[in-house]
Structures are given as C-alpha cells and as structure tokens.
Design a protein around this ligand. Structure first.
Ligand SMILES: NC(=O)c1ccc[n+]([C@@H]2O[C@H](COP(=O)([O-])OP(=O)(O)OC[C@H]3O[C@@H](n4cnc5c(N)ncnc54)[C@H](OP(=O)(O)O)[C@@H]3O)[C@@H](O)[C@H]2O)c1
Length: 491
C-alpha cells in the first residue's frame, strides 16, 4: 500500500537531526513500506531539490560511518516539500491535492507533528477540516505522531487530548517519548519479563530502594527561551523519568500488546503517592546551575530549576516501603542515564567485612541506559590470600561486547517504524500522560507554596546541590553512579 509520511516542521532541528536520518536508516535496512514518500512541511519556502540538498547535508552530518551516496539517491526521490502555514485550511486543501496524486490505490498516511506544541490543535483541525484524518475501510490508515511536550500541566494536557479526541480516535494518536525508543530502555522489559531469576527478587522483600538518574553534561544551549518557561520537572521528570519508574515497577502484562502494556504502566502511575506541599519541602530538591541566569534567553531573576531530586513512593503490594529516588539535571559532571536496584543487606553479617558503606549493601543491579549501555550485577567476593577479607565485584554485560558489529539504532528509527506498523506499545496513551502530569503538578504546586524547598545553586560539572545528597543521606543511603563510559565507577 502507498504510504506517505507528512512531517510538519520540516525546516526545523528535529527533522534534520533525527527524523530524516532515522527514515533514511530504515530505508537502508529495507524496513520502510514499498512506495513510501515523505512530504516536508514548513512555512520557509524550499523547492523539492533544495529540501533534498538540505536533508542530504543533515544526514551526512550525523552519519557515523561513510555516507552511502547510492542509497541516498534512491531515498531522496521519495522526499518532497510543501511550503505553507500547516494550520491553515488553505494549506490543508493544497496538501489534500498532493496526497491524492500518488496513483497506487489505497493509501496510508502518518502525520508527524514536529512543530512547536501551540500549533498541534490548529494543524489537527485543519487536517480534519479537509477530511484528511478520516479512515475508511480498506483505504489505509491515518495516524498522527505528536512530539513532546504534550501539555505543560494536567489542564493543558486534558485540553489537548480533548482537541485530539474530537477528530481522532485514541488508536490513531501516537504520543512520542523518545526515551522509550531506546534499545536499553526496551531491554528493561526483556530483562524483567524474559528472565525468570530476577523477578522473584523484584519487590519489597528484597529491594531496599531504587534510584533513577538522568544527567546531562550540557546546559540549556539554544533552547534557553523554551527551557526557562519549562524547567526540568516538566522537561524530564513528567515524561522520561516517570516512564522509567513505570518500566521498573510495573507488573508483567498478560500479552505484549500496546494496551496490556500501557494498562500496567498506568497502574504504577496511579499507585505513586501524590506529593503534598508539606512533603515537597522535605523530600524534593530543586537546583539551578551557577551561571544559568546569565545564559542568553534566560531571565536574570529566573527561578527555573535545572536540577531536581525527588523521593517517590509506589504504594502497592509489590513496592510498599521501597523508595524510588529520581534525579535529573543539566550541567552535571557526566552525561549518564541509569537505574540502580539496590537490594537489601544480608539479614545477619557473619563475615568480617570492613564496615564501609559499600560492603553493607553488597548486591545491586545497575542498568545503564547510556553511556556504557549494559547491565552490572554487584556482589561480594573473597579477596584472595587475605583471610576472609571481602570486596565487592561486578558481573558485567555490555551491548557493544555481546552484539559486536550491531550498533544501537537511534530511538526514532524504532518509533517511526512502530507508528507505520500500528504498534503503539512504546507511545503514551492519554490516561498515562494525564496521570503523570497529575504527579508533576503536585510537585510543582509544592514548589509554588509556602513549603517550597529553596532553589539551590550548584556548580557546573557537579552532581547537583548538596541537598540532593542529604535527601538520601537522611535515609542512610547515597547516590549510585555505576554507568561511566568505561564501565562501573562504583560508589
Ligand atoms: N529538536 C529536538 O531534539 C527535539 C527533541 C525532542 C522533542 N522535540 C520537539 O519537537 C518539536 C520541534 O522541535 P524543533 O527543535 O525541531 O523546533 P524548531 O527547530 O523550532 O522547528 C520548528 C518547525 O516548525 C515549523 N513551523 C513553525 N510554524 C509553522 C507553521 N505555521 N506551519 C508549518 N510549520 C511551521 C518551523 O518552520 P518555519 O519557520 O519554516 O515554518 C520549523 O520547521 C517541538 O515540539 C520540540 O519540543 C524536539
């Protein structure tokens, strides 16, 4: 069947850095449907030729190996461009003409909204007005992929879902969280539900606590204008970090299908204890890196957080009493995304271990999303020839060693294919988005109340403010950082 991908925002950063490179990579792997064409849409005028040149330059710029000119020439024939205001009825009429002209019979269309979010509703309404979203039997699907951010709080997410549901069924909507497209994130599901030996330990009886870190070494860069009105709670926690919490905490779905999977994730989100203002004062931390206020595009008195650490509770039978500490920040010491499952101590200590903190908590599992993509399992070993002296050691799995010659694909490759194939497992459903906003809004309300924790300054290139260490220190715990470019750092 003829398939068309219409990208709104085709002159923008996401299209050139991620979307077209991912589509090209899928094309090279012969994974795109036959007769796929890609129409780029934005207001800036380009001829088809100029658009292709621009995309060629972008794709060559991000290619890891030599650029495949022959494949590009074949791929480029599928690229075209249509300039106009994507939210206007006139443009939608023009697009309808372009879509009608393919001539291979029934046609399927994916509309990818890679514009600023305030355009989403206008674009959808214009498409609906031109009957471009209507699915009729045997005539091919109409799907809409929507970029993040999906709303900026619960009220706006509800409003956007309301607008979408006026003209689309939920099964036509693909809300993207590119974190879920990462191989290492999907591997969490394989690790948990494809292996029998860990699941019996995966609960309050054996797990002391869980930590999730998503740290970036860069600052706000060219996104300052957007970022200063957003902050890390909205930009990272509401979506990526809460998604990771759901994947760690969820029950096994009965089948590996979108709704079964998403039902289990929503149950976790619903089980997360809502954060009261009083709680936020003691169990959340917000920080801002030094020099943030002098970045171009940032208000000189900005109170926007570039770091947060939060202690969450998943209140169900499996996790009652097991804290989930999550943290995320910009201008951190390293770029690292990792999940640490810290197991309880042995019930009695018969060995003569040094009373160092590492030895007290011998077992942990670290899942490295990036860098050093892989998994480490830490346990205690006997130091040879030193009596009964012990030392923690690691059993390591690295994707790069076990799957030599198979580089990890970009998240967008997988997600674009899933949208084409109608698999919404790795996309967020409306109730999932709304529930995660409810949690984030609770934290935000605490930060806007009389109980707000202070906005702590932290040095660039650090692991955030000291208050984040105190958050765990008060519980007799400390932050773990196992995923370094060279393997386990240990902590
Ligand atoms: N960049 C990333 O890495 C990234 C990552 C995650 C999520 N996202 C999300 O993806 C979306 C796009 O991000 P971006 O970084 O690519 O932004 P961007 O570089 O500012 O691009 C925005 C695009 O929208 C187009 N546009 C604006 N008004 C339009 C209109 N009325 N009709 C048609 N096109 C219009 C712009 O082109 P014209 O001015 O020529 O019309 C431009 O192509 C945002 O929602 C962002 O949050 C981006």
């Amino acid at each position: 069947m003829d398939t068309t991908i219409v990208i709104f925002g085709a002159s923008g950063d996401l299209t050139s850095r991620k979307l077209v490179p991912a589509l090209f990579s899928n094309f090279r792997k012969h994974r795109l449907p036959e007769h796929t064409r890609i129409i780029g849409v934005a207001r800036t005028p380009f001829s088809d030729e100029a658009f292709r040149d621009r995309m060629r330059e972008a794709v060559a710029g991000v290619a890891s190996g030599p650029f495949d000119e022959t494949m590009w020439t074949a791929f480029a024939q599928s690229l075209s461009y249509l300039s106009g205001d994507g939210g206007s009825p006139e443009f939608a009429a023009q697009l309808a003409l372009r879509l009608a002209g393919s001539g291979h019979g029934p046609a399927a269309v994916v509309y990818y909204l890679a514009t600023a979010p305030d355009l989403y509703t206008r674009i959808i309404r214009a498409l609906a007005g031109a009957s471009l979203l209507k699915e009729s039997d045997g005539q091919g699907f109409r799907r809409v992929v929507i970029e993040k951010p999906f709303g900026r709080d619960l009220a706006s997410a509800l409003a956007l879902n309301g607008d979408l549901h006026e003209v689309l069924s939920e099964s036509q909507i693909y809300r993207i969280d590119h974190y879920l497209g990462k191989e290492t994130v999907q591997n969490l599901l394989v690790f948990r539900f494809g292996n029998a030996i860990f699941e019996p330990l995966w609960n309050r009886n054996y797990v002391d606590h869980v930590q999730i870190t998503v740290a970036e070494s860069v600052g706000v860069e060219h996104r300052a204008g957007y970022y200063d009105h957003t902050g890390i709670l909205r930009d990272m926690v509401q979506n990526h970090l809460l998604q990771l919490v759901t994947l760690v905490a969820m029950e096994s779905p009965v089948v590996f299908e979108a709704d079964a999977l998403r039902n289990e994730k929503v149950k976790v989100l619903k089980a997360i204890r809502r954060i009261s203002p009083e709680y936020s004062a003691r169990h959340t931390v917000r920080g801002q890196y030094e020099g943030y206020r002098t970045e171009e595009g940032v208000a000189p008195d900005s109170m926007t957080e570039t770091f947060t650490a939060i202690k969450l509770h998943v209140e169900n039978w499996r996790w009652q009493g097991v804290p989930f500490y999550v943290r995320s920040g910009k201008r951190m010491a390293e770029k690292a995304s990792e999940i640490a499952i810290q197991f309880r101590r042995p019930p009695t200590q018969i060995l003569d271990v040094a009373a160092g903190r590492t030895e007290l908590f011998t077992n942990r599992l670290s899942m490295c999303i990036q860098p050093d993509e892989g998994i480490h399992l830490r346990f205690l070993a006997k130091v040879p020839d030193q009596g009964l002296q012990t030392h923690p050691v690691d059993m390591d799995f690295h994707f790069r060693d076990s799957f030599v010659g198979t580089p990890l694909p970009e998240a967008y490759e997988r997600l674009l294919l899933d949208a084409l194939n109608g698999d919404a497992s790795l996309f967020a459903r409306s109730d999932e988005i709304e529930t995660s906003w409810e949690i984030a809004d609770g934290i935000r309300e605490g930060w806007e109340s009389d109980y707000a924790p202070p906005l702590e300054r932290y040095p660039r290139g650090s692991w955030g403010p000291a208050a984040a260490d105190d958050l765990l220190g008060r519980d007799g715990r400390w932050w773990i950082h196992d995923c370094t470019p060279h393997g386990t750092a240990g902590a």
